[in-house]
Design a protein around this ligand. Sequence first.
Ligand code: 5AD
Ligand code: SF4
Length: 442
Amino acid sequence: MITMRGFVKIFTYGCQMNDLDTQKMYSMLFKKGWHPTTDTSRADIIILNTCSVRQKAYEKAISNLGRLKKYKERKPSLIVAVMGCVAQQEGENIIKRLPYLDIVLGTHQLHKLPDIIDGESRCKRPIVDTTFDHHILSMDVIPLKRFLTPPHKAYINIMQGCNNFCSYCIVPYVRGREISRDYKQILDEIENLSKNGVKEVFLLGQNVNSYRGGITFPELLKRINDIDGVERIRFTTSHPKDMSDELIECFGKLDKLCNHIHLPFQSGSNSVLKAMNRNYTRQNYLRLIEKLKSVKADMAFSSDVMVGFPNETEQDFLQTMDLVNAVRFDNLYSFKYSPRPGTKALSMVDNVPIIEKQRRLSILQEKQRQIILSNNLARVGNVYDVIVDGISKRDPKAVYGRTTQNSIVNFKGSSEIIGSTVKVKIEKANPNSLTGELADGS
Ligand code: 5AD
Ligand code: SF4
């Protein structure tokens, strides 16, 4: 029995990689007696797990860190830590702006958090560590089952970092170069998870399809597909230039690999793609989509795109719109370009006026809204396998879950079916989800 020592609250921003890191932090601290709380004013440790991929995310982190000052004034023993990409980017500098911070740990140093907290009262503060290592020890930290939400779904780190240096992107600087986790550790983790009731595994990394942890990424998928108890395999994020034919064929051959891929395209214009250093053309991208559809007819696609990259003309933007119309993504994360420190694009003039970026973004998002609704309408009447994730937030008598295409489905049902796979007939299309009812035989 571990003695309870106090409460910890972690605020998470950014990507699924950060969601997983938060599960790991809660787990490591729980093992040392620090219990999670949702009540910030009760916390003895407050951690901000930050993102800096876009200027807006960075500013949010800084302003939320600023807000923590009042908690520290009220409770001087409070430990305030900043983790993730902003911590990596800023290092010592952040202490100059926010002198009440106790701990600043970079993206390779997460595993040190519990020991630093233990030693915190003895050590002189603040503690700043943004060293990059050759081996990222936190990739082998396994979250406790109690922190998996929902408990039948688990994120698994398979690699970290990026070697691509897209000209707009801060990730290679804040996450470091690509480091893959040994495949044996990954398979061990997934075997244990499946024994503990996990049905859906979500492989994570900044560039999963350039995984090199002793076997290739398609081989890793094959081995995971062979693990009893695993029903669904998903992964994110992938780079179009690393979508090998062997990987595409996995979607046809591996029955547990979901009918969905998140494949960021960033722009539909070849000249913009070149300036972004993406190493593919719109034609290559569209060919990939066609190949994926040819191995699995009902594949669903999601993507990331940005508007207003330096020198992006109206013609370039129309090429992006054209690609969006051609692929008909089920989900599209769209952003206005923002210059990031250290990147190559920082030296280009950010010459698309903000108002024009906003105009392009609004047009794109409106079109995308129509596409999603029409994709969803085409699903009405179909029956899908749905893994039930939880009770609907709007209706206590309804549950929600996801199809293999990653669509969210709401339907009448009780908490007893959470975690099970049921057949649901789609009755109605909504802007961002589907509504259905349990089909016969479930
Ligand atoms: N400006 C705007 N969007 C960006 N992204 C990455 N860097 C920038 C930037 N400088 C977007 C990309 C990426 C997603 C995670 O964030 O679309 O795929
Ligand atoms: Fe944000 Fe990228 Fe860091 Fe994820 S890896 S938190 S998206 S900057």
